[in-house]
Write a protein that binds this ligand. Structure first.
Ligand code: UDX
Ligand code: UDX
Length: 437
């Protein structure tokens, strides 16, 4: 078991920190945001993530997990340093590594004995080499080994994804570094989790290639869904039959308003930028991005059609603001693309989400928020479902109809029963199944 310091306590940093302490390592999590560290030391979890609170609490109480704002002391006291700060996108789509390099400089100032420096943030291929240059500018090469250890956790199931990953990717330049990392993840090793022992550059590419491929799969099924509507096919049966071919897999073939979140939008842009920079433009990824941008617009067009081109002054209920269920994260959510378009067209917005409204209010303070879907849809002219929360999957359609002023619904996540909508004479639309109006 190792002494570990995690720098950047966001989704990736906090879940990894709690998970690695659960594996028996001694973990100190450090963040620039002192308020966040204070919250964590008070037992408050700054993000909504199922199972995280108890994992943090258990390991905090048995002194395996600590939170600190003292980056220098925490680095000095640790053997393995994880970089998990944000890598947001620049205007041109390139990944902004300024936080990563700032942290690398702090580490370079505190190499008091041999350490592993390991990046968990998603960074473009070649970033590892840049980080090594920063470390070497102030230290002898013998004092550290650099490792790329990308994280594949999904928000909403992050704890489970960390504790039972499909694979563990360790990119390093020495067997010494690889065996130390194996020790850090010892419980996964015992559970025979596949461990990929590869180079730093290949590990960096594995992360981008995986995320971008999943995004591509989503854009593909969204285009197929749109075509299904035109030719009278059912996208769900198409996806099911496709997925029964083991080479395709049924996963990530759910059509909808387009992919969102803190990763796919920025990682596809960053990978596309990397391709262009190397004079090898990635046409597939460029197309996936374009299709994704068009998909949210298509949802607006569907609603305009459902409302006979009369949106101005209409009251529209939006159910689901988070970019996906089981998270309060609204980064790049479809709701943030669709709601401004509806407001531009003169609509009034009634919004409801089980957990993401506080985060959403930062971006849209002037729309109406309600504490239940019933209150949000009361007296509205149309309702749009944007996130497939379980609460909305089980929605009582008869009650929904009785509360709305007009039974008009756009189900962008295809969670409602088409036969029930028909029986109740809703005017409705969804994604990938022809509607008969
Ligand atoms: C991050 C990256 O954004 C993503 O690219 C990568 O895939 C995984 O890690 P996430 O954990 O969601 O994703 O980031 P975020 O929630 O933004 O948290 C980053 C944390 O780092 C914040 O708490 C921020 O305060 C902290 N930080 C940032 C530092 O402690 N020091 C810095 O210099 C910059
Ligand atoms: C993603 C990757 O899955 C994860 O491995 C990586 O570490 C971080 O990025 P996350 O962004 O949390 O995780 O969410 P994910 O479950 O992948 O969903 C991303 C977006 O795609 C969401 O907007 C979701 O609604 C959408 N999606 C997903 C679809 O539209 N259809 C699908 O079939 C699957």
């Amino acid at each position: 078991m190792e002494k570990i310091c995690i720098i950047g306590v966001g989704y990736v940093g906090l879940v990894s920190g709690a998970g690695l302490s659960e594996f028996g390592n001694e973990v100190t999590c450090v963040d620039l945001d002192e308020e966040r560290i204070k919250q964590l030391n008070n037992g408050e979890i700054p993000i909504y993530e199922p199972g995280l609170k108890s994992l943090v609490k258990t390991n905090y109480n048995n002194k395996k997990l600590r939170f600190s704002s003292d980056i220098n002391k925490s680095i000095k006291n640790s053997k393995i340093i994880f970089i998990a700060v944000g890598t947001p996108q620049k205007k041109d789509g390139e990944a902004d590594l300024s936080y990563v390099y700032a942290v690398a400089n702090s580490i370079a100032d505190n190499l008091n004995h041999y350490k592993i420096i390991c990046t968990k943030s998603t960074v473009p291929v070649g970033s590892g080499e840049e980080i090594e240059k920063i470390l070497l500018s102030k230290n002898d090469a013998k004092l550290f080994d650099y490792v790329s250890n990308p994280e594949f956790l999904r928000e909403g199931s992050a704890v489970n994804d960390f504790m039972i990953p499909d694979r563990l990717v360790i990119g390093s330049r020495s067997n010494k570094a690889f065996s130390l990392m194996k020790n850090v993840y010892r419980p996964l090793f015992i559970n025979e989790t596949p461990i990929i022992n590869t180079s730093v550059e290949t590990a960096e590419m594995i992360k981008y290639a995986s995320n971008a491929f999943l995004a591509l799969k989503i854009s593909y099924i969204n285009e197929i869904a749109n075509l299904c509507e035109a030719v009278g096919a059912d996208v769900h049966q198409v996806a099911k039959a496709m997925g029964q071919d083991g080479r395709i897999s049924p996963k990530f073939l759910h059509p909808g308003p387009g992919f969102g979140g803190s990763c796919f939008p920025k990682d596809t842009l960053a990978l596309s930028f990397l391709g262009t920079k190397n004079k090898l433009p990635l046409k597939t990824i460029e197309a996936a991005i374009e299709v994704n941008n068009n998909q949210s617009i298509r949802m607006v067009e569907k609603l305009i059609f459902l409302l006979d081109n009369k949106i101005s002054n209409k009251k529209i209920a939006i159910l689901g603001l988070a970019f996906k269920p089981n998270t309060d994260d609204v980064r790049e959510a479809a709701s943030r693309k669709i709601i401004p378009e509806l407001i531009k067209l003169g609509a009034q917005i009634n919004a409801y989400d089980p957990v993401a409204m506080d985060n959403f209010k930062h971006h849209f303070p002037d729309i109406n928020y309600f504490n239940s879907w019933e209150d949000a849809i009361t007296g509205t002219d149309a309702c749009v479902i944007l996130t497939e929360w379980n609460e909305l999957r089980g929605i009582d359609l008869r009650k929904l109809k009785s509360l709305m002023s007009k039974p008009v619904i756009l189900d962008t996540k295809n969670i409602l029963s088409v036969s029930k909508l028909k029986n109740l004479e809703f005017k409705y639309d969804n994604v990938g199944r022809k509607i008969s109006l």
